[in-house]
Unconditional design. Structure first.
Length: 380
């Protein structure tokens, strides 16, 4: 791929400069790529009605063509431009949740090129709740296909710097509107299935959705598709959002974890491995004396803060040059609700599905079996 000069516009997130928005809207109309902040993460946008522009998104992100994109709209009224056979519940959900972190999968309008949806006859749509995103969508008056603005399988971008770290020289414009507020992606609900199915937990909680959609089906555990199955169940690849060093998710109570982590870190140090610990403030505080680099996404009691900082802190682990990462999940027996569902889903995929029950008597042996002993040689 040829390198292009990526232009960065700093915009006031609440009152974006109309000149910057106009330049970005013009670029979209000409088939170019614009990264912009939404309330969830930064998106990488292209004109959703231009198949060539859409193809550029996949190339810039190195995203497999089998992984469909979400189409962003400026208003509920635009739904009919991109979808057909829209059920009444779609309008009811849009009225309640838009603008906001809810994506609806509907029947695709034939005018939307198939590559937006990776060839399927459905289309995912949402209206983002961010003044910069909305100003851009209004200015270009186009539906905008926009996946997260990161390289495929890397942690999602929640600042313009993350976008540049992954995509500088590969995209045309970045609108820098500061850090995003929710920090995890939108909730995806498939309304073309009966009953409707939760495809991805995200910023809109299942409890809030069930008020309007009591029949919503939610999988017990994160959905996992192999590369071969990904076409049938997009966006459910196991490895996603992953830091460079291999990560294992530790499930269990805090008291057990504090004890377990002491012996685990010692055992890994003995094998010459530099350990990264990813855990909430409360546990990090009790572990400060360990021979490990500790990174926290926030306090356990504040899931909104954990979600907001999750991806940035996963990226921070990369910069510390650790060989292995032990991460604590926030998905405890008492916390199977709210944003924690989305946080656990992202951590689970960042760990490529490696979850260890730390209460098991052979947990330490299991940990050593689970961790692939790749020595981290990359430095940045
Ligand atoms: P991203 O915006 O990078 O989080 O990726 C968009 C995600 O939305 C995909 O990975 C899928 O999980 C989901 N998605 C988008 N379009 C569809 C669709 N037509 N059917 C099912 N899921 C979709
Ligand atoms: Mg993504």
């Amino acid at each position: 791929m040829m390198t292009i000069a990526t232009q960065v516009f700093h915009v006031d997130p609440a009152h974006p400069d109309p000149a910057a928005i106009a330049a970005a809207a013009q670029a979209l109309a000409e088939g170019r790529l614009v990264a912009f902040p939404t309330e969830t993460v930064y998106g990488l946008g292209a004109n959703a009605l231009d198949a060539q522009a859409v193809e550029r998104i996949f190339i810039a992100k190195q995203r497999p063509f089998s992984d469909p994109l979400i189409v962003h709209l400026a208003s509920i009224a635009q739904l009919e431009r991109v979808a057909v056979d829209i059920p009444a519940i779609a309008y009811a959900l849009a009225e309640r949740f838009w603008p906001g972190p809810l994506t609806l999968v509907l029947r695709r309008h034939p005018r939307v090129p198939p590559n937006v949806s990776a060839g399927r006859d459905t289309v995912a749509v949402r209206m983002p709740a961010h003044p910069v995103a909305l100003a851009l969508l209004q200015a270009c008056a186009l539906p905008v296909a926009a996946p997260s603005a990161n390289l495929f399988s890397r942690p999602s971008p929640t600042t313009a710097q993350h976008v540049l770290d992954d995509l500088n020289g590969r995209i045309d414009i970045v609108l820098d509107g500061g850090p995003t507020s929710i920090g995890v992606e939108s909730t995806v609900v498939d309304l073309t299935q009966s009953p409707p199915l939760l495809l991805r937990p995200g910023g809109a909680t299942v409890e809030a959705l069930r008020v309007l959609l009591p029949e919503l089906k939610t999988p017990e555990a994160p959905l996992i598709a192999s590369e071969a199955e990904a076409a049938a169940s997009p966006g459910t690849l196991l490895r996603h959002y992953a830091p460079r060093a291999p990560m294992v998710l530790l499930a269990g109570e805090t008291e057990t974890a504090l004890h377990f982590l002491r012996s685990a870190v010692a055992a890994l140090n003995e094998r010459g491995l530099r350990v990264g610990l990813f855990t909430t403030d409360e546990e990090a505080h009790s572990l400060a004396d360990l021979q490990a680099r500790i990174v926290s996404p926030g306090p356990q009691r504040d899931p909104a803060a954990v979600a907001r900082h999750l991806f940035a802190r996963l990226r921070a682990l990369d910069r510390l040059g650790v060989d292995v990462i032990l991460a604590r999940t926030v998905w405890g027996k008492s916390t199977r609700a709210g944003l924690e569902m989305a946080i656990h889903d992202r951590l689970f995929r960042a760990a490529e599905g490696r979850v260890l029950d730390i209460a098991a008597p052979d947990a330490l042996d299991r940990l050593l079996e689970l961790l692939p002993y790749r020595k981290n040689t990359q430095s940045d």
